[in-house]
Design a binder for this molecule. Structure first.
Ligand SMILES: Nc1ncnc2c1ncn2[C@@H]1O[C@H](COP(=O)(O)OP(=O)(O)OP(=O)(O)O)[C@@H](O)[C@H]1O
Ligand SMILES: [Mg+2]
Length: 353
């Protein structure tokens, strides 16, 4: 959606109308009722981008922590920056937040180069830093009120408490909250200025699975509210569950980027149906004759590629028709762990310290 101001040719007052880029609209002056037609501006290259990073580099002495990376994040999407410990995630995100200075490269937020125009965009961003802590002796609500007073533009605190599911603990002291609640307060603090872009650096690290899922829910809520979310994580499930767009960073370089489906199609094996402990001779050949892409795996199981939705039913009816005997079947899709292994030769979980 885009909003445009207009000056009424009859009464001279200024009002606005909104719609999609390039849309021809009938507009009415809310002051004198005059009617006219106008077209909203076409989308220009880059208008739909919240973050644009080009050739970004950061050196700490001899160490190249971020090695000339480029990527962009669209407005309204959840972007996951996924990588193991020390990959360069925090260094990158803190350069985008203008906390650390790049050695080289360009960063734009909402079309503005932050080197020259950061003051114009800082009101539009919210930040949850890694290993965030807050005031021990303030309640949840007092904490949010305190942080909101730092900004001119303020969101409604009660709405944030509702959206972050913090109502039941709004009167509790920060120090008495569980780890998961503390992280949700952290996300809530990042929202007090009603930002368009929210940076969350490892918001669920160290949380138990239930608390992690609760934080995921509040992050998914941010997308519903139209926010752009830049999420750094070393949890693949988190990126798989939440992200519209994923960049995998390893040793300062982006080694893969795209939607989950794009990454799986490009680097993974797609979805496979596995026929376990098949006891019928020539089963693979029989499946191949019927047009299925079937192969023996190293343990003797048979893998059949699932290229379209109904193929599972077709394979099963073929197994029955050909009287092929087997112990069990399972259907699995490639995941980010497999892709990371394929690209780096090691498991993401094993790179953790
Ligand atoms: N201020 C600094 N001075 C020197 N080296 C640094 C500094 N900050 C980070 N590094 C180094 O840069 C590399 C990238 O660190 P960074 O914190 O960006 O990684 P990360 O992906 O956020 O890791 P983690 O998952 O542990 O948070 C690491 O080797 C780290 O030791
Ligand atoms: Mg980090």
């Amino acid at each position: 959606m885009v909003e445009k101001k207009f000056k009424c040719p009859d009464c001279g007052k200024v009002a606005s109308y909104s719609g999609m880029h390039g849309e021809l609209k009938t507009i009415y002056c809310p002051y004198c009722g005059s009617k006219g037609r106008a077209r909203l501006p076409e989308l220009k290259h880059g208008d739909d981008l919240a973050i644009e990073v080009s050739d970004l580099r950061k050196e700490y002495g001899d160490l190249v922590a971020v090695n000339n990376i480029s990527f962009s994040v669209k407005k309204g999407e959840i972007f996951a920056f996924l990588g193991p410990n020390g990959a360069g995630k925090t260094t990158t995100v803190e350069m985008i937040e203008s906390i650390r200075q790049p050695t080289a490269g360009t960063i734009k937020l909402i079309g503005k180069n932050i080197k020259t125009h950061f003051n114009e965009v800082k009101k539009d961003i919210g930040v949850l830093p890694q290993e965030f802590l807050s005031f021990e002796r303030l309640t949840v609500k007092e904490t949010l009120v305190y942080f909101s007073k730092l900004y001119k533009k303020r969101a409604d605190i009660d709405e944030i408490i509702e959206a972050m599911d913090l109502k039941s603990c709004e009167k509790m002291l920060y120090r008495n909250l569980s780890g998961g609640l503390k992280q949700r307060v952290g996300v809530a603090i990042a929202l007090v200025n009603d930002p368009d872009i929210v940076f969350l650096d490892e918001p669920t690290t160290g949380l138990d699975p239930k608390a992690r899922r609760d934080v995921w829910k509040v992050i998914a809520n941010l997308r519903k509210k139209g926010k752009t979310v830049f999420l750094t994580t070393h949890y693949m499930e988190e990126a798989e569950y939440l992200a519209d767009h994923i960049a995998i960073i390893h040793k300062g370089k982006i080694i893969a980027e795209g939607t989950l489906d794009e990454l799986i199609n490009r680097y993974g094996k797609g979805s496979l149906l596995r026929i376990k402990q098949c006891k019928t001779e020539g089963a693979v050949e029989s499946l191949k004759e019927k047009g299925f892409t079937a192969t023996y795996e190293s343990n003797g199981d048979i893998a059949v590629k699932i290229d379209y939705k109904d193929i599972v039913l077709d394979v099963l009816s073929n197994l029955r028709h050909e009287c092929i005997e087997y112990e069990s079947i399972d259907v699995r899709r490639s995941n980010l762990e497999e892709i990371f292994l394929h690209l780096t030769g090691s498991k993401l979980s094993e790179e953790e310290t």
